[in-house]
Design a protein around this ligand. Structure first.
Ligand code: ADP
Ligand code: MG
Length: 264
């Protein structure tokens, strides 16, 4: 049975795309078959996995609109994952989907055709709570919320949690919120640690282990269109490997997820 994990936060720059690419590559390195879905019209995931969105004929856009079969839009990546890419066309999908009945189910329907081929499907949601993110959350069995540790400005989290609750009530009763993935973590500052404790208290959310440290290696990787997981090992890629193992032990071995509280 495949698991579909959505990575969602309507705030940009919290490392959603980096998390999908890195956890995907780590799971793929564990000999699992992984499909990653780019739901962001910016196509950052597509680009970071070595495909130029401007050069693509078909993408998730045509798949969501039912114009193309999902198998005809899939691409392979150097990290061993399969990618359902996005192009800027997807910016128009919001408006086109809005006019259709069952608009929240378009991705779920498409993924159902290929789900048996994958151990894990990861969905990179765009920085909004529009119809694309609703599609991601409707198609998913689970969701994680990346949060950057460097700021207390987490006001959007309440709104995201309300959206998750609405999805659970309306389109996807089986959706489980696994918790927060702490990103851009600086262990040298007590500030980062305080932010983590605050988030976990205030929203009563598990904070998954380990925190992903801030390192320039990620910026270098996304600028060059190569995955951060393929180059030399560093503390960022190691943290994502640990997170991927934590998730897989939970999915496959039924172990409770290791949280920050449990790890310290
Ligand atoms: P989102 O998808 O939420 O908008 P991205 O994954 O695109 O966020 O990350 C935003 C920016 O932060 C990118 O330039 C990325 O390279 C950088 N970044 C992500 N994670 C880290 C990290 N752990 N350390 C340093 N930079 C990071
Ligand atoms: Mg992104």
């Amino acid at each position: 049975m495949s698991r579909t994990l959505a990575v969602a936060n309507q705030k940009g720059g919290v490392a959603k795309t980096t998390t999908v690419a890195s956890v995907g590559a780590a799971l793929s390195g564990m000999d699992l078959s992984v499909l990653v879905v780019d739901l962001d019209p910016q196509g950052s995931l597509t680009f970071s996995l070595g495909h130029d969105p401007d050069q693509l004929e078909v993408s998730v856009h045509e798949v969501l609109l039912g114009e193309v079969e999902i198998v005809d839009a899939l691409l392979s990546t150097e990290d061993g994952m399969t990618l359902l890419p996005a192009t800027i066309d997807l910016a128009g999908a919001e408006a086109l989907l809005l006019m259709r009945p069952g608009r929240e189910y378009a991705l779920k329907r498409a993924l159902a055709q290929v789900a048996q081929d994958y151990d894990v499907i990861l969905v990179d949601c765009p920085p909004s709570l529009g119809v694309l993110t609703l599609n991601g959350l409707t198609a998913a069995s689970e969701v994680v919320v990346p949060l950057q540790c460097e700021t207390l400005a987490h006001r959007g989290v309440g709104q995201l949690l309300r959206t998750v609750t609405e999805i659970q009530q309306i389109t996807n009763p089986d959706l489980t919120l696994l918790g927060v993935v702490p990103t851009l973590y600086d262990s040298r500052t007590t500030h980062s640690r305080d932010v983590l404790a605050d988030v976990s208290d205030r929203y009563d959310l598990p904070v998954l282990h380990p925190p992903i440290p801030r390192t320039v290696r990620f910026a270098e990787a996304s600028a060059s269109g190569t995955s951060v997981m393929t180059g030399r090992k560093h503390k960022g890629s190691e943290a994502y490997r640990e997170l991927a193992q934590n998730l897989w032990d939970h999915w496959d071995g039924g172990k409770p997820l290791t949280t920050i509280e449990a790890a310290v």
